[in-house]
Design a protein around this ligand. Structure first.
Ligand SMILES: [Fe+2]
Ligand SMILES: [Fe+2]
Length: 180
């Protein structure tokens, strides 16, 4: 790095940018293992899809006197998980990878599980468990991306904040159910 300059040598940087333009957004400055990054992002993608399906199932299955507010929450979460899935798929293509949306193996790639649950309380609990799994695994991904892939890190940080909100919503719902 040139003395007094924060950015590495500009001439060198320009020359490097011209090489391998077929790699699009992935430059030589990309500092994490790209294959591993794509594998992790595909696991996050599967996690989101499984969450969409579980929330949708619960949205349609929820019945009973307290179900209206809970249903609305499930539907809102399903919509937000779908948005996360789209954002992650987009990032995978930016990194030159292929979003894996093959239903076969989806549950294996996903970190969260698909549990239907019988009662409203069971459904809320299963969703809370799934959110807590996502929170832990996304936190690890964020540490992996670190300074080497700040864009993926930022994306996963945004998503993580949303999952924390979801977990909090579900805990509130559980407490309200207990109060009845
Ligand atoms: Fe999500
Ligand atoms: Fe979530």
């Amino acid at each position: 790095m040139a003395q007094g300059s924060f950015i590495s040598d500009i001439k060198e940087l320009r020359a490097r940018a011209r090489k391998h333009i077929e790699n699009g957004a992935v430059t030589e400055g990309y500092k994490v293992d790209r294959e591993l990054a794509l594998k992790l992002l595909n696991e996050a993608l599967a996690t989101e899809i499984v969450c969409v399906l579980r929330y949708k199932r619960h949205y349609y299955a929820a019945t009973g006197i307290h179900s209206e507010g809970v249903k609305a929450e499930f539907l809102e979460h399903a919509t937000e998980e779908q948005l996360h899935a789209d954002q992650i798929a987009e990032r995978i293509t930016q990194l030159g990878g292929e979003p894996n949306l093959n239903p076969e193996g989806m549950l294996t790639r996903s970190h969260s599980e698909y549990v239907e649950g019988e009662t409203l309380v069971e459904m809320i609990k299963e969703n809370l468990v799934a959110e807590r799994i996502a929170i832990e695994s996304y936190s690890e991904m964020i540490r992996f991306f670190g300074e080497g892939d700040p864009t993926s890190r930022r994306l996963m940080e945004e998503i993580l904040a949303k999952e924390e909100e979801h977990a909090n919503d579900l805990r509130d719902l559980l407490q309200r159910m207990d109060a009845h």
